[in-house]
Ligand binder design. Structure first.
Ligand code: BDR
Ligand code: CA
Length: 327
């Protein structure tokens, strides 16, 4: 009997998306059904190539990749190539495996069709919510069957990372984010939001990186290559030594929800003006609406890092525990 949780990973790889894919593909609890790509950190064609590069590294080129929306629903597309590099993998220009291409049908068609036929599939969304909003536009009941939807995006009490109030994924396509949140309210379901309030606590430091290389040369060197650009970005803009790795936390939380604490609240996203892309969390219930979201507010970051190291790079759990305590 297959007791693994079936997931579709919708993403925009991206440096931290790639680490998240590595986490998912190293987790025996998950059965990754497909990877769907959305425009975000990079244009979709580059995201597809990067997904294949990670699948090659993880020896999982059997997993299908679907290309999704090439621009946000309403707004102009603004990538995050300043953060992730022109190729999306820190300007490493690693070669993609030859002979692999995205499937013929689009990401939103794949998701819609798959959810029509199955009621045991979850989605982990690591980029802007454009593909999922498209699914909702195609059929407002399509997401009814999703077991869980975990979205890396948004920010509740934390400040933004691309405006004073907005996080990139929701800022890039606020209209899509609003549609998906409001659709969940309509369906009486709850999105699980893993936003900057918790991901900011997840920092991959240079010392942890050098440990990764020691326990797993191949994967450690891959990570070392792709994160250098991200390190430089974080130093320049946030004065952080190392980099915040947002997306793997969403996967880790999906696998083990006890990793974060949170609150339930009605949540939506601003689509206009100065506060474009801001996540509005009605934590005090002013609007008297039923909650459509679980908002993660705190994380056991040390525990996350142990899981991250052990699952992807292997090694000895006791040693990892004591090494991380020193690093
Ligand atoms: C999110 O934006 C992207 O740059 C990252 O991949 C992550 O999904 C963080 O705001
Ligand atoms: Ca991402």
């Amino acid at each position: 009997m297959n007791t693994k949780q079936k997931v579709i990973i919708d993403c925009d790889p991206g440096i931290d998306d790639s680490l998240a894919l590595m986490y998912a593909l190293s987790s025996k609890e998950l059965d990754v059904m497909a990877i769907t790509i959305v425009c975000g950190n990079v244009p979709v064609e580059l995201g597809v190539q990067n997904a294949f590069k990670v699948l090659q590294l993880m020896d999982r080129l059997d997993i299908k990749v679907y290309a999704g929306e090439t621009k946000p629903l309403v707004r102009e597309f603004v990538s995050a190539q300043d953060t992730h590099g022109m190729d999306g993998l820190g300007e490493t220009y690693i070669e993609a495996p030859k002979g692999y291409a995205a499937e013929e049908i689009s990401a939103s068609e794949y998701i819609e069709q798959t959810l029509k036929l199955n009621d045991d599939i979850s989605i982990i969304a690591l980029g802007p919510l454009t593909n999922l909003a498209k699914v909702v536009q195609q059929d407002k009941y399509a997401l009814k069957n999703v077991v869980r939807l975990v979205s890396m995006g948004g920010n509740y009490k934390s400040f933004g990372n691309c405006s004073p109030v907005a996080e990139y994924n929701y800022w890039c396509d606020p209209d899509a984010a609003k549609i998906v949140y409001e659709n969940f309210a309509f369906l009486g379901k709850k999105i699980e939001m893993v936003g900057l309030d918790v991901t900011r606590d997840i920092v991959l430091t240079p010392s942890i990186l050098s440990y990764l290389k020691r326990i797993n040369k191949e994967k450690g060197s891959f990570v070392e290559k792709i994160v250098q650009f991200y390190f430089d970005f974080h130093w320049e803009y946030e004065k952080i030594i190392g980099c915040v790795i947002n997306d793997p936390l969403a996967v880790a939380y999906f696998v083990d929800p006890t990793l974060c604490n949170g609150i339930e609240a009605y949540t939506t996203v601003e689509t206009e003006g100065l506060c474009l892309g801001q996540t509005i969390v009605d934590a005090m219930g002013f609007w008297k609406k039923d909650s459509n979201a679980v908002i993660c507010t705190s994380v056991y970051s040390t525990y996350f890092m142990e899981e991250f190291v052990y699952r992807i790079f292997g090694g000895n759990r006791k040693e990892i525990h004591s090494m991380l305590a020193q690093l």
